[in-house]
Design a protein around this ligand. Structure first.
Ligand code: OGA
Ligand code: NI
Length: 370
């Protein structure tokens, strides 16, 4: 299959059919050889400052959801979840039932991967027409600014989508840690999806049917090296996730994630052993804009590298995603998004750089359309 890109060229898509990204240097290697160097390609001239005072940031905390109450069907907790998705698009989940040991093993496996010599990591490098493997994604031009991070992205569910050639098999324990972790995330995601369904006026399995069966899963492991000028760079540019929703595991002691809330960048302070959940574009579309796929970014620091593990849950490629009937009301909540095949949405997403909410705009109906 051939995909046309903005500059008039075209390319053959790889196995996943999702898109491609240009090769970039490893920022971890650049920092290793010369800590003081901040190459021009990484300097974001127009990035928003924090726009928020430290005091305010301290008093603003994203909602915390107790998963054990949700799983029991506790009405108050379900209502809290509704408000979290509507007003924040982000929440932290505590008492999720995933053993601490599994989280720790996963973090250790990712840390060990990034500690491997570069030559070793390169064995799992992404192909240029693929998005799976070690490298970086969302690089579509030689001129765009780059982010201060390296990553490895792997498809994990359904298990037949696993491409083991990209899994770091030379690293003892990595495969086991990822298999176990991804299984736990899948279980958690199912329960969350059932809750989102009910909140959207559907049966517990409503979204599952509309997303084409079991949610699909891919895991993006991010490494943010230290930076001598964190004020000039971004660990990851502002973007929203093209998922149904994302489960993020981050370091307990390094803050880096920031979310856009009421036009300010609010840092998300990690709660040890919790997971962060954020609504993705597919849920924003299906909820007809009730639940928000919020822009977020990551910043870096001078002292400590940071690792994060983003588990992306997404619909089947062939499924058509659009506002669900129960969320449309011609008088009060007219349909705001068009229906679009999920794979077409993802291809559009991977054909651009990360750029705030530009991708959901693409699915929005213009006012003249209705
Ligand atoms: C992502 C992401 C944030 C972080 O990988 O999509 O938003 O804190 N990561 O690493
Ligand atoms: Ni993200």
């Amino acid at each position: 299959m051939e995909v046309r890109v903005e500059n008039g060229g075209s390319y053959e898509v790889g196995k996943s059919g999702w898109g491609q990204s240009l090769p970039v240097p490893s920022i971890q290697e650049i920092v290793r050889s010369e800590f003081q160097l901040v190459p021009q390609r990484y300097i974001h001239e127009n990035k928003d400052g924090p726009i928020i005072s430290e005091d305010l940031a301290d008093s603003l905390e994203i909602p915390v959801i107790d998963f054990s109450f949700l799983a029991k069907g506790d009405e108050d907790e379900v209502q809290k979840l509704h408000l979290a998705c509507k007003d924040w698009g982000f929440f932290q989940v505590i008492n999720h039932g995933v053993k601490e040991e599994i989280l720790e093993k996963m973090k250790a496996a990712v840390a060990a991967f990034f500690e491997l010599p570069f030559q070793e990591k390169k064995k799992y490098a992404k192909a240029e027409n693929e998005i799976e493997g070690y490298g970086q994604n969302f690089v579509v031009s030689e001129h765009q600014k780059l982010d201060w991070s390296d990553m490895i992205f792997l498809f994990t569910f359904p298990s037949q989508n696993r491409n083991f050639k990209f899994w770091p098999h030379s690293l003892p324990g990595f495969k086991e840690a990822l298999e176990e972790y991804s299984r736990e995330m899948q279980k958690l995601a199912e329960e969350l999806q059932a809750n989102f369904s009910v909140l959207m006026g559907l049966k517990r399995d409503g979204l599952k049917r509309l997303q084409g069966g079991e949610l699909k899963q891919g895991i993006r492991m991010n490494y943010y090296p230290i930076c001598s000028r964190p004020d000039l760079v971004l660990g990851i540019s502002p973007h929203s996730d093209g998922t149904s929703f994302t489960l993020l595991l981050q370091d307990d002691d390094v803050t880096g994630l920031q979310i856009k809330h009421n036009e300010a960048w609010v840092p998300v302070k990690p709660i040890p052993n919790s997971l962060i959940v954020n609504i993705g574009d597919a849920t924003e579309i299906q909820s007809n804009g009730m639940y928000k796929s919020i822009e977020h970014r990551a910043v870096t620091n001078e002292k400590k590298p940071r690792i994060s593990i983003a588990t992306f849950m997404f619909p089947d490629d062939e499924q058509e995603i659009g506002p669900v009937e129960t969320m449309i009301d011609d008088q009060n909540r007219p349909k705001l998004y068009r229906n679009i095949k999920y794979v077409d949405y993802v291809r559009e997403k991977f054909s651009r750089k990360m750029e705030g909410k530009a991708h959901t705009q693409f699915a929005k109906l213009r006012t003249s359309d209705h």
